[in-house]
Design a protein around this ligand. Structure first.
Ligand code: A2P
Length: 291
């Protein structure tokens, strides 16, 4: 994979080309999503947007795409099946709802948002996604938040191997085992919270902070290359062969996050970043999300 620009792609297991860098819009309000998506596509050079029904901004994302004037076929759009819509018929209806809100005839990638192992509907939902693929409403289908045990259960019964597994992944939580499992099965791993996540209120009144963007090791590498900590982190994902979807609401930071093709981390940088593995995730564990 030659990393030349935000248009650089990785080939999915069904031949579809997926840009390795995309804009994430988790926790971005609908109106802001229009501006962020429009800026990313027109000024930032992005060709990939990652949303989800539960983000509540599919309408704004669709508007941003249209406002940008970039041709639909040049943009890779992902959305996701929300938990409440799992099941065969409900998943078929849910994709139509997402397409209507986005104002699109198809998405490039449709993902199951959580496996919900205690509910046990991932396989049934997956068969709906296989139908959605067949109908041309998605060019590729995949899952999120699957650990190898969830994926193995799916692979045992699936007709189509997921193209992508989107999981929480950053230097504090590098997910070596799931990455190896994905790779063995030809599944592309995509990183959510790639910069360590958006600070927000957590469960039980706690606060979730982002310590990765302020980490001294990352700061030293950033200074060495004359780039920002976010750019170092994005480059780490790309050089690890991961698809990365940093989120930002701010036009300058959206542009900055796509300006990562003019420098390269060296072996010493990668080794130093790999020491930051704490084994601690910032978001929910897949087995704990069941509604
Ligand atoms: P903002 O939207 O104000 O730019 P993640 O993608 O891991 O969820 O991280 C998103 C968080 O990182 C958001 O709080 C976002 O804030 C912040 N962020 C995104 N890009 C940058 C950047 N280039 N520099 C500093 N902070 C950034």
């Amino acid at each position: 994979m030659a990393l030349l620009s935000a248009e650089s792609t990785i080939t999915l297991n069904n031949g579809v080309e997926m840009p390795v860098l995309g804009l994430g819009v988790f926790l971005v309000p609908d109106d802001d999503a229009t501006n962020a998506v429009n800026h990313a596509l027109t000024e930032g050079g992005y060709r990939h947007i990652d949303t989800a029904k539960i983000y509540g901004n599919e309408v704004g994302v669709g508007e941003g795409i249209r406002r940008s004037g970039v041709a639909r076929e040049d943009i890779f759009v992902t959305t996701k099946l929300w938990n409440a819509d799992q099941g065969f018929e409900s998943a078929l209806a849910a994709v139509d709802g997402s397409l209507a809100r986005l104002g699109l005839d198809y998405v490039d990638l449709y993902l199951i948002h959580w496996p919900m192992p205690k509910v046990g509907l991932q396989l049934e939902s997956w068969h709906a996604l296989e139908r959605i693929l067949e109908q041309g409403k998605a060019r590729a289908i995949g899952v999120c938040n699957n650990s190898p045990i969830h994926l193995q259960e799916l692979l045992d019964e699936a007709d189509v191997v997921p193209a992508v597994n989107q999981i929480e992944l950053h230097p504090h939580f590098p997910q070596y085992v799931t990455r190896a499992f994905d790779e063995y099965h030809g599944i592309v791993t995509e990183s959510w919270s790639p910069l360590g996540g958006t600070p927000r209120d957590g469960l039980n009144g706690g606060k979730r902070e982002n310590t990765l963007l302020h980490d001294p090791t990352i700061a030293a590498i950033a200074a060495k290359h004359g780039v920002s900590p976010a750019q170092v982190l994005i480059r780490w994902h790309l050089q690890n062969g991961l698809v990365v979807i940093p989120k930002s609401l701010n036009p300058d930071r959206i542009s900055q996050n796509a300006d990562v093709f003019g420098f390269e981390l060296d072996g010493a940088d990668i080794v130093a970043i790999d020491t930051l593995n704490s084994g601690v995730r910032g978001g929910a564990a897949p087995d704990d999300v069941n509604q």
